[in-house]
Write a protein that binds this ligand. Structure first.
Ligand code: ADP
Ligand code: MG
Length: 270
């Protein structure tokens, strides 16, 4: 079943065509990766899906529902969660508090009943706590749950940001460069998390990533973009050996092979 469908999307900023007539579909349960040199249009595709931008042309649907009919603040409610290329967390709040923010879309009670903490509010609060504790267990974040974000190493923040997105219980998870800034070992851990998110939680993942080791390890399908246009779509191997993809990377730092970011052992988040 198709979960996300983008049809002939074009995004122009003045004279710049950031996304040029791109079509793609992501199936339920799939891990789909977008790759391409800097400026290829990858983040713009994410920003179209999360409704930061409205495409100049084209259609975007989630399980048949027209996403363009919804404002950006509806996106979480529709079941789309994302992480950012630059981590965005509340620095002076704890890990637990940041994850509880992710539960916001599930709140049904009104503010007054929350303040008086009566009836429904109490049981709902418990449910949110429980959901967040499950994410903390899932991502091995127990040691950090009451620590402030400001004091945490980069690699742990990256996992917390992933946790905040998971706490919303999304249907579609958008990951913008989940391995950027991570060590080789942390990148391997990230590969495990993504695999578990797909296999155990059944969440569909669309990611942008430069590390081709990670892309190869976790992706079912890959699309390469350059100058806003699709170059090739297929398995990671097919895309990496496609002549148009090889040519697009000539004169750049090259497609990062990323070594053997594989699935050898399950490590810790830190
Ligand atoms: N808000 C914007 N205004 C003007 N140009 C933009 C904007 N966002 C992106 N672009 C341009 O669109 C192109 C694609 O950018 P982007 O989607 O960020 O690429 P990528 O994420 O693949 O590196 C680039 O040329 C970029 O400068
Ligand atoms: Mg980008």
């Amino acid at each position: 079943m198709t979960l996300l469908k983008i049809e002939n999307a074009t995004m122009r900023f003045g004279g710049v065509v950031a996304v040029d007539n791109v079509s793609l579909h992501v199936d339920q349960g799939e891990v789909f990766a977008l790759v391409g040199p800097n400026g290829a249009g990858k983040s713009t595709v994410f920003n179209l899906i999360s409704r930061f931008y409205t495409p100049t042309e084209g259609a975007i649907t989630l399980e048949g529902e027209d996403l363009l009919a919804h404002p950006a603040h509806d996106i979480a409610k529709l079941g789309i969660a994302r992480t950012f290329q630059n981590i965005e967390l509340f620095e002076n709040a704890t890990v637990l508090q940041n994850l509880l923010v992710g539960r916001h879309r599930h709140k049904r009670t009104n503010l007054l009943s929350e303040m008086t903490f009566l009836g429904n509010a109490r049981s709902e609060e418990k449910r949110h706590r429980q959901a967040v504790e499950e994410v903390i267990d899932f991502l091995d974040l127990q040691a950090y749950r009451d620590k402030l974000i400001a004091g945490l190493p980069y690699g742990v923040r990256k996992v917390v940001e992933l946790g905040r997105a998971l706490a919303t219980e999304p249907r579609l998870l958008l990951l913008d460069e989940p391995a950027s800034g991570l060590s080789v070992e942390e990148t391997q851990d990230m590969a495990f998390w993504i695999e578990d998110i797909q296999k155990q939680m059944g969440i569909t993942v669309l990611m942008v990533e430069h590390d081709m080791g990670l892309v190869s390890a976790v992706s079912d399908r890959v699309m390469a973009l350059s100058d806003g246009k699709e170059l090739a779509t297929g398995t990671s191997r097919e895309v990496q050996s496609h002549p148009a993809v090889i040519e697009a990377y000539l004169g750049t730092s090259g497609i990062q092979k990323g070594g053997d970011t594989g699935k050898k052992k399950k490590g810790k988040a830190a």
